[in-house]
Design a binder for this molecule. Structure first.
Ligand code: CTP
Length: 406
């Protein structure tokens, strides 16, 4: 539960995207948040307060003249209780209103009245593409950001009006991911992180190949955690069936050689490399152009294998790796003697930090246990979800005083 203990004011202004706010509310509650819904009069034209009350489990506030609060100051009470105010959907009109500090309905009133230093305001715009690209809206977005609000991206695609373009509200799960990210400490703000993830696939012929059981989940969790920490993340992924974390540049590759090439192209523009990929150690020396057929002899074909390049060791041995400009973190997937084997691997690959884990106990799972090994010694991160471990690992990496060379 990523929002456990958080109290969120979910504000709805008028727009067809209000239907997505219902799903968003439910998703936030599922993540452990308490959600207080506040609606404008226009929002109530699109979705009823009854629906939002049922989903949030709390009476909805929709008027600054609501007499329920003892002090009759809903705007003060609601904004003081909140860990964040999230306006989703935020109409063009509502953003214009916020920009000017106008406060003639409860939602804009509480946005203005919130303690600006401690209660962040997140805004998920939703509107027609012409309204979104209008200079007035773009000017308002820029000014709202300059005033300290967090204006989320908009989605692109089919719009309710039948047109196509930018301006639709992000999907509920995307807004949820941005909200969760918002609460994470920005320990890697501005850093550029390159991550390898998943298995590689080494073709023997057009239909068969050598691979392994890595699911890529750990690497994807680390990519998410790095982005949450404020980093610019590039994820070089082998063949996996996972959705990309939000805000991460993903480069899909198949073989170890492709992965090396993609990483080398990115390395100069990276400050940190985290190599989680389970790279196939060998590839076919002479992959067949057509499917290898049985020849009737009953004997298997002879396979000639050659060793794949070591991506991590190659980058660690590059000028940027050796100078420390590229801080290299490796993973060690072992099946026994974790401390001993992972420590030896760290020295062999000449990297400052290696993360040991027991391969068969983690491949494909949603949790893991890690052993962090550097020159000073080893630290255990006990079994936990991969995303929780990824956040702990990112926090540790941030402590190494990584240099940024642009
Ligand atoms: N690695 C890599 N390129 C390879 C092999 C491994 O970049 N060709 C990286 C992995 O991403 C990981 C680390 O090196 O960060 C260790 O990988 P692992 O599979 O545990 O070890 P190997 O180097 O393959 O050694 P061994 O097979 O002997 O355990």
């Amino acid at each position: 539960m990523h929002l456990q203990g958080k109290h969120i004011v979910l504000g709805l202004s008028g727009g067809i995207a209000c239907y997505k706010a219902a799903e968003l509310c439910r998703a936030m509650v599922k993540e452990g948040a308490t959600v207080q819904v506040v609606m404008t009069e226009a929002a109530a034209q699109f979705i009823t307060p009854v629906t939002m009350q049922a989903l949030s489990g709390r009476p909805v506030f929709d008027s600054q003249w609501d007499r329920r609060p003892d002090n009759n100051m809903a705007h003060i009470n609601l904004s003081r209780e909140a860990d964040a105010v999230l306006v989703a959907p935020a109409s063009a009109d509502f953003m214009a209103k916020l920009l000017h500090g106008r406060a003639d309905d409860l939602l804009s009133l509480l946005c203005l009245a919130r303690p600006i230093a401690t209660v962040p305001l997140l805004i998920a715009p939703a509107m027609n593409r012409e309204m979104w690209s209008h200079p007035a809206t773009q000017r308002n977005v820029a000014q709202l950001r300059a005033d300290g609000s967090f204006v989320l991206d908009v989605g692109a695609g089919d719009q309710a009006c039948g047109e196509q373009g930018d301006g639709r509200m992000l999907e509920p799960e995307e807004i949820l991911e941005d909200l969760i990210a918002h609460f994470q400490p920005k320990v890697l703000q501005g850093r550029r992180v390159l991550i390898t993830a998943g298995p590689t696939f080494e073709a023997m012929d057009p239909v068969r190949g050598i691979s392994n059981l890595s699911s890529g989940k750990m690497g994807f969790a680390i990519a998410r955690a790095a982005r949450e920490a404020g980093a610019q993340v590039t994820l070089v992924a082998g063949p996996v069936a996972l959705a990309s974390p939000r805000g991460v540049l993903r480069i899909d590759v198949r073989s170890a050689q492709d992965m090396l090439q993609a990483c080398q192209a990115q390395a100069d523009a990276s400050d940190i490399l985290i190599a989680t990929a389970a790279v196939a150690d060998w590839r076919s020396a002479d992959a067949a152009q057509h499917k290898i057929k049985k020849d009737g002899s009953g004997l298997p074909p002879e396979l000639h294998l050659v060793e794949n390049p070591d991506i991590l060791a190659t980058l660690a041995a590059s000028a940027r790796g050796r100078s420390g400009a590229l801080f290299c973190v490796g993973f060690a997937a072992e099946s026994q003697n974790l401390l001993e084997l992972a420590s030896a691997k760290r020295v062999r690959k000449d990297i400052p930090l290696i993360v040991g884990n027991i391969g068969p106990q983690t491949f494909g799972q949603d949790n893991n246990a890690l052993l962090l090994i550097d020159a000073q010694g080893a630290t255990e991160l006990p079994r936990n979800s991969k995303i929780a471990l990824a956040r702990q690992l990112i926090a540790r990496i941030a402590q190494y005083g990584i240099r940024t060379i642009s």
